[in-house]
Design a protein around this ligand. Structure first.
Ligand SMILES: [Zn+2]
Ligand SMILES: [Zn+2]
Length: 686
């Protein structure tokens, strides 16, 4: 190995002295520029031609060809020197107020600093020092372990692990697919985390959607861990924890550009855009290199509220050299760009303008604060009052208003009871239920089951969302119901996605320029397409990794290898039961749903195994008994025969008898009627 020991040692010492044991202190003010740059370049480690391989699960062995690329990115003095200049320049050119701010090493971001795109200006001196001194060790390895978020929609959770520490990124649930009968939620299996409890340093959250925070209350009962996230995200988490009557939590609010120290890793929160405000990408500074995780994101140059995604900082971190990028792939198969949230506002404007004599009802996701904000703004511009219906909608609007993310013009919001005091043409109702959920407000309004509001002829109903895969039928059903009521239903062009399309993904892969691309958040085809995009902008093909849930990926600059696989099947939540419903129960439920149930009841003499009464047949969802006499009699006959057989054997094993009865009954029913009900023998001994 060509690594200079003395150089490694010097960084170790630096790391120990200046970074370890310092909570949120990443730089040493007394470090002279000279020392800094020495440290900065001290990993001038030349790669030898180490062959290393990414061993996929199927035993693929990818050889690593050492490219100049590596050296350009990390070891080019000129480049780094330029970067230094750039930093200095930005300091010098900044407003004087800003300079004061930086000189005084204040940790607060001056509110006078404006502009959407200036991370460098916003960055505190501490953060800058940290980044200048950050210096990964080329021979260090880091593990990336997805416990969900691949191949399933939702249940996003990924672990980053080094020798001493584990960081958990997100902890979401998935909603059950149609074959998971009776299951309310699917949550990640955290067995591995329970075993490694002492290594867990924190749970860092990218944003407040259910598929990223929904499992927290369930796993929190097993693993208590400090939680880090932005304001809205944590407000939503807190609501969940309270709902589950959990009190012993520690929530740490993080601002964009904050860097949080978690063990020997540092996590920076970077502004992105998504269909919920306060979404963040994460840059995780580890000893092995920088791992970036985009969370769910899109590029919105003209967001409705707050800043655009911090592309300059993505680029800046890219220049520092990123080991791996875990990126949202949801829309990878869609070409082009996702439209700005603002385009929906324009559509609202056109609809309000056209339908100025009718009541307008807008249904959207409760969590889409920007969308709700645009409805309220448009309503206020057209002099309409706004009523909110639906518990989750009211809850989120309250939180968002308290945080200042929605600014409701005075006198615009009214209680639903007050609607009757205003002409229809002067009102707007914002409601949940855009996914056709039968218990949500919109469905209930359409069915006349909502006490305060019913849909009537002439109402204009805007569905401002697109169906989540799996919900299409339910959404179509509600659209039909609304049409039947002679409402005008508008569901085209009234929604934009919160996820990046192909061109945006190319942009991010280009800016971040990662050594490894690890597409996440998507089914296999989405992730495969994202890998193709990464490759098209310069990531080596063999370094585009498609992982499976539970894979333990160990990576460093030169190699990536799946070294283990840990249990990571989803755990089913049914009512109050967590994990008690497994595959066997589900198989029975499926059999019941498709074939119904046949109970075969009989009484046997304990002493002689003689049939005392029965067999009686009870059908539930199998056949209509009164019209199936022949079938039932035939069934009784084969059961009697089975009992005779059993008697011959002279054994006293009723378990065996039960299994014999089940088998002959199943065979008979399949032969005669080609059906497969669940057969349950019940034997009473007398
Ligand atoms: Zn999301
Ligand atoms: Zn998501």
């Amino acid at each position: 190995m060509n690594v200079s020991n003395s150089k490694m040692k010097s960084f170790d010492e630096y790391y120990e002295k200046n970074m370890k044991n310092t909570e949120l202190e990443y730089g040493n003010d007394n470090t002279s520029d000279k020392t800094k740059s020495n440290n900065k370049f001290d990993s001038d480690i030349k790669h030898n031609n180490r062959n290393a391989g990414y061993k996929g699960m199927k035993g693929n062995n990818y050889k690593n060809s050492n490219k100049n690329f590596d050296n350009n990115k990390h070891n080019n003095h000129n480049d780094n020197a330029k970067q230094n200049d750039f930093n200095k320049q930005t300091n010098n050119n900044g407003a004087s107020k800003q300079n004061n701010n930086i000189n005084s090493n204040s940790n607060s971001i001056s509110s006078n600093i404006s502009g959407n795109h200036s991370y460098i200006e916003k960055m505190t001196a501490k953060n800058r020092k940290f980044l200048e001194n950050y210096n990964p060790r080329k021979n260090s390895k880091i593990k990336i372990i997805p416990l969900g978020g691949l191949n399933t929609i939702g249940m996003n959770i990924t672990l980053i692990e080094d020798e001493n520490d584990i960081i958990i990124i997100d902890c979401g649930n998935a909603f059950p697919t149609e074959d998971l009968l009776g299951i309310d939620l699917v949550i990640p299996d955290v067995t591995y985390l329970k075993k490694n409890q002492n290594k867990i340093r924190g749970l860092v959250l990218t944003h407040g959607h259910e598929d990223h925070i929904g499992a927290i209350p369930y796993i929190f009962k097993e693993i208590n861990v400090p939680i880090y996230g932005t304001r809205l995200t944590l407000a939503l988490v807190e609501g969940k924890l309270k709902e589950h009557k959990i009190t012993n939590y520690k929530l740490n609010t993080v601002n964009f550009s904050d860097i949080v120290k978690l063990g020997n890793m540092y996590v920076e929160f970077i502004k992105t855009n998504h269909s919920i405000v306060d979404s963040a990408a994460l840059a995780i500074y580890t000893k092995a290199g920088i791992i970036m995780h985009t969370g769910d994101f899109k590029v919105d140059y003209t967001p409705v509220f707050g800043d655009a995604i911090d592309l300059p900082h993505f680029a800046e971190i890219g220049r520092m050299g990123v080991l791996a990028l875990l990126s949202d792939s949801t829309n990878a198969i869609k070409p082009g760009f996702t439209m700005s949230e603002r385009t929906v506002g324009k559509m609202f404007d056109a609809i309000f303008n056209e339908h100025n004599n009718d009541r307008i009802i807008v249904s959207t996701f409760a969590s889409n604060v920007d969308r709700v904000r645009q409805v309220i703004d448009t309503a206020s511009r057209y002099g309409r009052k706004v009523a909110i219906e639906g518990k989750s909608m009211i809850n989120i609007i309250n939180i968002a208003t308290a945080l200042g993310y929605i600014n409701v013009p005075k006198g615009t919001l009214i209680q639903t009871d007050m609607l009757k005091n205003f002409p229809d043409a002067k009102t707007v109702i914002i409601t949940t239920g855009s996914q056709g959920e039968s218990m949500a407000a919109l469905s209930r309004m359409a069915q006349g089951a909502n006490k305060k509001i019913s849909i009537k002829a002439g109402d204009v109903v805007i569905l401002s969302s697109s169906p989540i895969p799996g919900n299409e039928k339910a959404v179509n059903r509600i659209i039909d119901e609304l049409y039947r009521l002679h409402a005008t239903v508008i569901y085209q062009d009234t929604h934009v996605s919160g996820h990046a399309c192909a061109e945006e993904l190319k942009l991010i892969y280009t800016l971040v320029n990662p050594k490894y691309a690890i597409p996440v958040h998507g089914e296999y085809r989405h992730r495969k397409e994202a890998a193709n995009l990464a490759e098209s902008v310069g990531v080596e093909k063999k370094k585009c990794l498609l992982l499976e849930i539970g894979d333990v990926l160990s990576i460093c600059e030169d190699s990536a290898e799946i070294i283990d696989r840990i249990p990571a099947n989803g755990i089913y939540v049914d009512g109050l039961g967590v994990g008690d419903v497994g595959n066997i129960v589900l198989r029975d439920r499926q059999t019941l749903a498709t074939g119904g149930m046949v109970i075969i009841a009989m009484a046997l003499s304990d002493a002689s195994s003689e049939l005392v009464s029965g067999p009686d047949i009870i059908s539930k969802g199998f056949v209509y008994m009164k019209e199936s006499e022949d079938l039932i009699n035939g069934l009784k006959a084969v059961v009697r025969d089975a009992i005779k057989e059993y008697k011959k054997e002279n054994s006293n094993d009723w378990k065996k008898l039960k299994s014999m009865v089940t088998t002959v009954a199943e065979d008979y029913l399949w032969k005669v009627i080609k059906r497969e009900p669940l057969v349950i023998p019940v034997i009473i001994s007398v």
